[in-house]
Design a protein around this ligand. Structure first.
Ligand code: NAD
Length: 501
C-alpha cells in the first residue's frame, strides 16, 4: 500500500452531525416511521473513514409484509387519483429535493464516498426524474380505433400495474431511487422500496421529502434492512405484489427473476455492464481523453455505465494512453467532503481489494502499469487511479465489471476487429465511440450490441433518455417516455360499433 498525504482526518463538523441527526432512522410503513418488529438495527458507515454515521431500523420479513399490506391497501384509491394530482406531488418533490441540494449532496458523500461536486451532480440528475415524470404523468395516452373489417371498435388504455417492490444499489443512492419511485408515482402504483444497506440514508431523507410533497400514506413504504433476501423472499411469494424493479448486479438480478417467475411478476432489471470505450484512429484524441476521464472516473468507476475496456486503434494508442495516464495520475485522492478531492474512497474494503486483485492478475498476464496500481493506506478504502497498457485480450479484467478507478487499455487494427472485441461480452449496457466520422459512428452503433451508445460523449445518462441494457445487462428501460410504461399494464376493450354495417 502507498501512503497519501491528502486524505483529511475524520472530523465530523457540526453541520454534518445535525444533518445526520435529521435523517429518519425508522422504517416508513403506511406513512409512519417505526422501529423494526424485532427491534433490530444495522449501522451505516463512512467509507472515507470507516466510522459509523447512523444506526437504522433493520426491517424483518414481517415488516416487509406490513409494508406490502400498506401498499396494497393504498393501491385502489391511489390508482384513481387524478393524474394532475400525482404530477403536482412529483413537481413539489422536485422543488423540495432541489432546495435541499446541499443536504442531499453531503449525505450522499458521507455514506457513499463520492466527492461533493459529483454528489451535487447526482442530486440534479436524480431530481430531474421527479420533474420529468411529473410531466409524463398527464401524457400517458391510450388509443381508440376501428377494427380492419370495420365492424368493431378497439379501445386501449393503460392502468397501473399494482404494488411494486423497488430494490436499489448503493452506488447512486438518490438517482436509482427517483428513477423508480417517480415513474411508479406517475403511473399510479404503490410501492415498497428497499434501498441498499450500505447507503440507505439518502433514500430515507428522500422518502421524507415525498411525504412533505403530499404523497399519501401507504403509497411509498421504505424498508431498509441488513437482510435483502429477508425482504424480497416473502414479498416475491405474495400474490398481492405485481412487479419487481431491480437495479444491481447480474447474479442477484437472475435470482430475483427466478423468484419472480413463481407469480409471473412484471420485472424491470437494470443490471451490470462492461462498457467498451472505442477510440478510432480519426478521433480527436484530446476530446477522447476528456471523455475517457468522465466515462471512467464518474463515481470512482463504481457505475454500471463506467468504461471498463478501452479499445484504441493501434496508430494512436501510444498518444492516447500517455495523455490518459497523465490525466489519471494528476487526480487528487481524498475524503469526499474535502473540497480538493477528485477521487473518493471505494465503498468498502472488499470493493477496493477486488479492484486491486484484477490489476494484479492483469499485470501477471502481461499488462503494464502506467500510473497507479496500488491501494492507498487507510483509514478509508481508497485506490489509486490506474491505467494499464498492453492488456492481453483474454485478461480477466476485460470480462468483469471493475467497479473501481482502473482503466485497462488494449488495441485494435480494424473497425470490424473493434466491433468484435466490443461484442465479446455477456453484458450490453453502455458503449462509447470516439471518431470524427459520423457515418462510421452510426455504422458501428448498428453493429454493436448495447442498449446505450455515446458518440464523442463520456456521460450519456439523462432523465429524458431510455436507460437500459441488452443481453445480461437487463430488461426494461428507465427514464424517457419508456420509463412510465414499465409501471403500467395495457387493457384492451373490444366493442361492437353500433354504426357499422
Ligand atoms: P447488488 O446486486 O449486490 O445489490 C443491489 C441491491 O440488491 C441492494 O439493495 C442489495 O441489498 C439487494 N440484494 C442483494 N442480494 C439480494 C437478494 N438475494 N435478494 C434481494 N435483494 C438483494 O449490487 P450492488 O453492489 O448494490 O450494486 C452494484 C451493481 O449494480 C453493479 O453490478 C452495477 O453494474 C449494477 N448497477 C446497474 C445499474 C443499471 O442501471 N443497469 C445502475 C447502477 C448499478
Amino acid at each position: 500500500m502507498t501512503a497519501s498525504p491528502v486524505i483529511s482526518p475524520a472530523i465530523r463538523s457540526e453541520r454534518e452531525r445535525s444533518l445526520l441527526a435529521s435523517v429518519p432512522t425508522g422504517l416508513l410503513i403506511n406513512g409512519e416511521w417505526r422501529d423494526a418488529s424485532d427491534g433490530g438495527t444495522f449501522d451505516v458507515h463512512d467509507p472515507a473513514t470507516g466510522e459509523v454515521l447512523a444506526t437504522l431500523a433493520s426491517a424483518t420479513s414481517a415488516d416487509a409484509i406490513a409494508a406490502l399490506d400498506a401498499a396494497d391497501a393504498a393501491q385502489a384509491s391511489w390508482a384513481r387519483t387524478a393524474p394532475r394530482v400525482r404530477a403536482e406531488i412529483l413537481r413539489r418533490a422536485f422543488d423540495l429535493v432541489t432546495e435541499r441540494i446541499e443536504d442531499f449532496a453531503l449525505l450522499m458523500t458521507l455514506e457513499m464516498g463520492k466527492p461533493l461536486a459529483e454528489a451535487r451532480g447526482e442530486v440534479t440528475y436524480g431530481a430531474e426524474f421527479l420533474r420529468w415524470f411529473s410531466e409524463e404523468t398527464v401524457r400517458d395516452y391510450g388509443r381508440y380505433l376501428t377494427t380492419p373489417e370495420g365492424k368493431n371498435k378497439i379501445l386501449v388504455q393503460h392502468k397501473p400495474v399494482g404494488p411494486c417492490l423497488l430494490i436499489t444499489p448503493w452506488n447512486f443512492p438518490l438517482a436509482m431511487a427517483t428513477r423508480k419511485v417517480a415513474p411508479a408515482v406517475a403511473a399510479g402504483c404503490t410501492m415498497v422500496l428497499k434501498p441498499a444497506k450500505l447507503t440507505p440514508l439518502t433514500a430515507q431523507l428522500f422518502a421524507q421529502m415525498m411525504r412533505e410533497a403530499g404523497l399519501p400514506a401507504g403509497v411509498l413504504n421504505v424498508v431498509a434492512s441488513s437482510s435483502a433476501s429477508g425482504i424480497s423472499g416473502p414479498l416475491l411469494k405474495d400474490s398481492r405484489l405485481r412487479k419487481v424493479s431491480f437495479t444491481g448486479s447480474t447474479p442477484v438480478g437472475k435470482r430475483l427473476m427466478a423468484d419472480a417467475a413463481r407469480n409471473v411478476l412484471r420485472t424491470s432489471m437494470e443490471l451490470g455492464g462492461n462498457a467498451p470505450f472505442i477510440v478510432f484512429e480519426d478521433a480527436d484524441i484530446d476530446a477522447a481523453v476528456e471523455g475517457a476521464m468522465a466515462a471512467k472516473m464518474r463515481n470512482m468507476g463504481e457505475a454500471c455505465t463506467a468504461a471498463n475496456r478501452f479499445l484504441v486503434h493501434e496508430a494512436i494508442a501510444q498518444e492516447f494512453t500517455r495523455k490518459f495516464a497523465s490525466a489519471m495520475g494528476a487526480l487528487v485522492i481524498g475524503g469526499g467532503t474535502d473540497p480538493s478531492a477528485q477521487v473518493g474512497p471505494l465503498i468498502d474494503a472488499g470493493a477496493r481489494d477486488d479492484a486491486h486483485n484484477l490489476v494484479t492478475a492483469a499485470v501477471d498476464a502481461g499488462a503494464v502499469v502506467l500510473t497507479g496500481g496500488n491501494r492507498v493506506a487507510g483509514p478509508g478504502y481508497f485506490y489509486q487511479p490506474t491505467v494499464l497498457a498492453d492488456v492481453p485480450n483474454n485478461a480477466v479484467i476485460l470480462s468483469q465489471e471493475i467497479f473501481g478507478p482502473v482503466a485497462p487499455v488494449t488495441t485494435f487494427t480494424t473497425e470490424q476487429g473493434a466491433i468484435k472485441l466490443a461484442n465479446a461480452s455477456e453484458y450490453g449496457l453502455a458503449a462509447y465511440l470516439y471518431s470524427k466520422d459520423f457515418n462510421r459512428l452510426l455504422r458501428v452503433a448498428e453493429q454493436i450490441e448495447f442498449g446505450m451508445v455515446g458518440f464523442n460523449a463520456g456521460v450519456i445518462s439523462n432523465a429524458a433518455a431510455p436507460f437500459g441494457g441488452v443481453k445480461q445487462s437487463g430488461l426494461g428501460r428507465e427514464g424517457g417516455s419508456e420509463g412510465i410504461a414499465e409501471y403500467t399494464t395495457t387493457q384492451y376493450i373490444g366493442m361492437t360499433d353500433p354504426y357499422a354495417r
